[in-house]
Design a binder for this molecule. Sequence first.
Ligand code: BGC
Length: 380
Amino acid sequence: MGRKFLVALGGAALALSLAACSGGGAGSGEKSGDEKPSDLTIGVSMPTQTSERWIADGNAVKSKLEAKGYKVDLQYAGDDIPTQSQQVDQMITQGADVLILAAIDGTALSSQLQAAAAAKIPVISYDRLIRGSKDVDFYVSFDNYKVGVAQGTALLVGLGLLNKDGSKGTAKGPLNVELFAGSLDDNNTQFFFGGAMDTLKPFIDDGTLVVKSKQTTPEQVATLRWQQETAQKRMENLLTSAYNDGSKVDGVLSPYDGISRGIITALQNAGYGKGAKKLPVVTGQDAEIASIKLINDGVQSSTVFKDTRLLAEQAVNAAEAFLQKKQPQANDTKTYNNGVKVVPAYLLPIATVYKDDIKATLIDSGYWTAEEVAAGQAKK
Ligand code: BGC
C-alpha cells in the first residue's frame, strides 16, 4: 500500500492496520532509543488559537523541541472535536514518534489513543487529562486543585474577607457572589471548581456569601468550550433575573481570563464600573495579556499564573524520556485517575497575581514586558 494512499484515507482504524501489517513502519514507535533527533517527529495537538495561553503553549513546546533537533508537527483544532481527532489520526499515519495532546474534550480521543498504542507511540496528555483510555502514558500539568483553591481565595481576598496572608479581613457579609466554571468536558473543570467551592463553601454556609441566582452546581455554572461570549450571555441573564431588584453583585468566581472578560463586559454594559456602582471582584486564570492590563488598570481583580514555559519544558522532558526508552519522572502518581487508570503526572506550581504582583511575577520573569502590559497586547 502506498503511503500517500494511507495518508489520504487517514483514520484510526487505518493506523491500526498500518501498525499491524508494516511491523515497524512509519509511526511504529519501534525505535532503538538511539536515533538522531532529526529522524524523530513529535506530533503536538493544541485545542484552539482563540486563547493566548494555547498559542504560548504550542510555540513553547515547538521551539523547545526544535532546539533539541526534533521535527515537530504542531496543529491547532479550532475547538472542534472532529478536527482534532482527524489531526491526531493524521499525525499517527504520518509517523509521529511521540504525541503531545491537549484535548478539547477529554473523552473524545480514545480511538486515536488506541491507534497510537497499537503503533507503540507514547502519548503525553498535555495540561488536560485524557479520560477513559488506558493508553495515556504520562500527564504534564499544574496542580489543578490548587488553582481552584487559589481562585476561591482570591475572591475572598478581593472582597476583603481574607487578607493575602490568610488572616481574617475586615469586610463583613452578606456579600453577593455569582459562580462560573469552565467546560464540563475538560477534566480540569472539576478540579478548579471543586477547589474553589471547598474554599468558598464555609462562607456560603454561614451566610457571609450569598449566591442570589442560587446557581451553584457545576452543570448550572459551566461554560461550554470556555467561551467568552457564552459567559457574557450568562452574566447578562444573571443580572436581569437575579439583580433586577436594585441589589448589586459584589464578586464573581471566574475560572479563566477569557470568561472573566466576558463577565466584565456584561457588568460594564449594565452600568457597573461607573460612579458609585463599583465593578465586582472578578477572578481569572492564565495571565492572558488582555486581562493583565485589566488587572493593572484595576478592572479585573486577579488571575492565576501558570507558566506555560515550564509546562512545555516538562512535556519535552517526558517526550525525550520516552524516545530514549525511559520513563519520565513523575511527581504525582495518585491524583489523576482518568476513569481507567491513574496516570503518572508531573505537576507544576501556580501563583496568584493581583495588581501588586504583576511586576515581580510576570515582568521580571520575562513572561510579559512592561510595554505589553500597558498595551494589553502581546508583541509578536
Ligand atoms: C486550562 C486552563 C485554561 C482553560 C481554558 C484548561 O484546561 O488548564 O489553563 O484556562 O483550559 O483554555
